[in-house]
Design a protein around this ligand. Sequence first.
Ligand code: SF4
Ligand code: SF4
Length: 340
Amino acid sequence: MKYIGCDAVESSLYFTMDTVRSCGMGYNDTEWYWYKDYHGELIDPDLIKKKREQWRETFKSGKLIDQCKNCIHLIERDFEENPKINVLLIAHRTACSCCCYYCSFSKNPDWKRKMNTRKAYDIMPVILDLQDKNLLSDKLLISVAGGECTEYPDYEFERLVQFAYFYNYKMDIFSSGFNYSKHIEKMLNKGLANLVISVDSGTKETYEKIKRVKKYEQVWENIKNYSANCTPNDRFGQVTLKYVICKGVNDNKNEFDKFLEKCKDCGVKHVRIALEYDYWNNELKPQIESGDSISNNLLEFVKYVRSFDESCCDISILPTEFAGNLFNALDNDKKYFGCL
Ligand code: SF4
Ligand code: SF4
C-alpha cells in the first residue's frame, strides 16, 4: 500500500546506551522505541513486526507524532510487507578520549567521567543473532557513531568490522581520528566504508580550542594515511572530513581556507558541513521560528563554503528535519544542510 511513511520505522535499529529506537530524531521525547530499558538482549522479530504495524497505522492515519512532523525522511511510496533490517546504528558506547566542547558527553567534567567509565553491553551477540535469524538485508549499512569506536574494549569494533568485511556490508564509521586502525583501512580499501572524521578547523589553535586535546598533527597524519588507502565506491571507500560550524570559533573564511588546504594536501575530496547543535537550537532555530531572517554571517559563510563545490571538494551538508526553514533561506536547496 502506498502512503507517507519512513524507512527508519520500516527497517532500522538504532542501539543507544539503554534503548533500541527507530531513528535518532526527537532524542529525549520520542515515543517510538523498539525496546526501552535495553541492555543487549536478543532482538525478538515478532516484537519488531508488531510495533512496525502499529507505527505504520500512525503514518497511514496522517496523525504524525511531533518528532516526525516535517521530517525530511518522510517519503510517499509502496512499502514492502516484511522488510529486512537495512540499517544498524550502533551508539551504545560513550567513552571517548577526545573532548569536543560541543559534545553532549563532554560538556560537564563529571558527566564526561561517567560516560568514559560506564559499562556498555556487547553488541556482537545481538548482531550475530540477527544474521542467524536471516533478518539482515544484503544491503545492510552499519553505522558506528557512539563514543570512539577505535577505543571500544574487548576488540568489539574489530569484531564488528570483520563481520561487515566478511558479508560485504557497508559501514559509516565516525571516528576522532586519534588512532590509526588497520581494520578501518581494510574497509576503505575494499570500498566498503565511509570514514567520517570531524576536524572542524584548519589550524592547530582552533582545533585545540574545539577538541580540547593536543592531537592536531596526529589526526592529520592519520587522515593522510587513510586517504591513501581508499578505493572509491560510490560514497564508500572514502574519507569524509566534517566541519561543524561553531559560532565565533571557526565560522570564518580564513579557517575554512586553511581547512581546505589541508584537505588537498591529504587527498581528501569529501567535506561535510554541519552546525553546532546548541548554536542551531538556542539561536538560529528560535530566530527563524519567530520569523526573523538569519541576520548573522552564517548564510554568507555557508554560501562561501559551497562555492568550493566544483573546485576541490564535494561539499555535502547533512540533511535533517530541523533545517527546513534554513533551506528556504538557502534558495530552497534541500540537499545540503543540517545540524551536528
Ligand atoms: S523522525 Fe523522521 S526519521 Fe525518525 S521515525 Fe520520524 S519520520 Fe522517520
Ligand atoms: S569525538 Fe565524538 S564522542 Fe568524542 S568528544 Fe568529540 S563529539 Fe564526543
